[in-house]
Design a protein around this ligand. Sequence first.
Ligand SMILES: Cc1ncc(COP(=O)(O)O)c(C=O)c1O
Length: 469
Amino acid sequence: MTWEIERFLEIKNSRLHIDGVDTVELAREHGTPLFVYSESRIRHNIERLKKAASFIDRPLKLCYAAKAMSTLGILRAVKDAGSDIEVNSGGELWKALKVGFAGEEINYNGNSKEIWELELAISNDVYAIQVDSLYELSLIEETAKRLGKKANVSLRMVPEIKTGTHSGLQTALVTSKFGMMPDEAFHAFAKYKDSPHLNLNGIHLHIGSQLPESQAYVDAFRMLTDSMMRIFDATGIKLKHINLGGGFPVNYLRDGLHKNEFPPEQREMFSADFEPADAVSEAWNEARQFARDCEAEHLFDELTLLLEPGRSIIADAGICLTTVRNQKSRPVPTTDHRPPTTDHWLLTDAGFNILLSMETYKWYYHLISAKRADDAHDTPYKLAGPLCDGGDVYFDHEGHGRLPDHRLLPADMKPGDILALLNCGAYSLAQASQYNGRFLPPVVLINKNGEPELIRRRDDLKDLIASDL
Ligand SMILES: Cc1ncc(COP(=O)(O)O)c(C=O)c1O
């Protein structure tokens, strides 16, 4: 099968195996819905990103974007694989500290930070607080002063780079909610350069997630380089780091099953596929050449390059197992005189409460039968989740064609069958809710020795009311 990956996702005895472990057995043992992650794949993805270091002659600091998935067992695996971490709230920061990341290994983002969050970040001497606005910078200075500390900061800029990703994942446009205008940042460097409570160490941007085009990194790096030069000219500050954000894509259409059913932009985004190291190397070389042309190459002398990838580390390392719980057939009326056709519906236990992007962004996750993984997946079904919500479906229900009309599985699927949704390790459990009184699912990590470990238990009834008074 086109989607198989040797020693990771394989078919054995007709069944889907992940890191050599039978997914049907996992579903039997732990129930469904169930997330299963591969530690070996996480390590592979981190190594793949770290290759960028060999193309640049300065240190590379890789910070896993915890927002993509922050169950402690996953954070531990990421740390063990040698990555630092990027967090987005006091909560994620607390989790990072809990699994043992040191302050200098933590990069703190966020566009609406509370004082307790700033206090936690400053008192733990995080590597950088990415500053979202001039107002926030003044709060950080005040907080650091009160704590008798000097906060490490990096200013987040909005570079005005449009990409072909989903509109909800664009973060680099002036119309987006993130960051400050470059002129505001230059003004801030001038104003705060002698502050005893701020280390103005860097600049930051994040262009968006699931970027289909590597050119965006070239544009972003050029903008950062231009900014470094302007900051140096105006203030004499040589930055210690620049942060290129995350955004490296994952190919969600490796199955090829529905490729021709997507509108071209959607198809291009879902099937985006380029080597992060190549994109970084190209962007780095162009930026350096630009600096050389402007006689400003010395600005690279002490520079560290930061990356904050989430999706490209964790998305394809995780799958979701779900069980068909119900079925029905429904006539589909036709508008002409032909007899109505019949839709076969399969209703699963995995809804958008655990795969939110399926509803908000119409995200496509490849679906296969876990038990009959090598059977032809050529029978169309209407697939839907368990939620009391008409949008809880795995197909296009809006008539906009952003998802296929039907999902393809082997013939004769029925209740009790186990299905696997692939590539759903990122932005899934991290965004999950107990909507409809549903339990948050358990997570199994196949550890680097190939042994399945339960790293999160399934919620129980008490969890549904744990915070209710
Ligand atoms: C500031 C920042 N950094 C990093 C990321 C991670 O992006 P991705 O998961 O696409 O690599 C995000 C997510 O959108 C982000 O907002």
